[in-house]
Design a protein. Sequence first.
Lengths: 148, 142
Amino acid sequence: MELKKYLYQVISAFIVGLIFGVGLIISGMTQPQKVIGFLDLLGSWDPSLMFVMLAAIPVHFISYRLIAKMPSPILDWKWHYPTKKEITKPLVIGSILFGFGWGVGGYCPGPALVALGSGALNVIVFLISMTIGMWFFGFLNKRIKFNR
Amino acid sequence: MNELLVASIIHAVVGGILIGIASSLMLVFNGRVTGIAGIYNGILSFVKKDTAWRVAFVLGLVTSGIIGFRLFPELFINQSGRSLVAIVVAGLLVGFGTVLGSGCTSGHGVCGIARLSIRSLVATLAFMASGFLAASIFEYYF
């Protein structure tokens, strides 16, 4: 029974990944020049990508209100919500660093993983560097123990 | 408004709705927040019984890209003109920053804000501001 539930979780995660990916492709997020056109305020600003968040948030806002009333998720025994509440320095500094990388490369993690499906060299290079960046954080965190 | 912009906005809204639906399904079925940087980073730390669903999710993303690229290759072309050096720097910053900051555009920007998390709102304002700054500076000077 337990193993069956884990298997269903895996299948569900795969389907969610598929739908999320299709959403990213349709929205234009897998085209770095479009992302940069949105983030570059000094050029001919393209506001369209703002509507990705503006559409996704209300959908999830409504569903979250309904889902939160359930005693547990359908395929798991408990919820896995992030619990941390305080605004920490690592939260702000990390987000600033991420934003900088996003503005320079035009890729955030989701669209880069989707674009890996195209096999393009620049996406592979981006993902390898991203993985090294994450690994480097893990390396530092073992020594410094950031209060994220 | 010109027609191209209108088409772009319609695409963004349709894609955004799908992203909202996908995040909702992840929550109702798996009880988890769809933070892509976090899900991917979790694979690197190899926790037993916690790796398979993460790999499956990432494979779902990549599969959507493989199919999407077959049907609409023009939606995947990188015409940003960024050099590989810029892309390496960008990748390192995105990788390090998203883990230090506990999330990316999906985890903070969509899921967190939808759950009215103040932490996620602050993070989103921070990465949007620095994203605007970085892209504007880069386009202006390089």
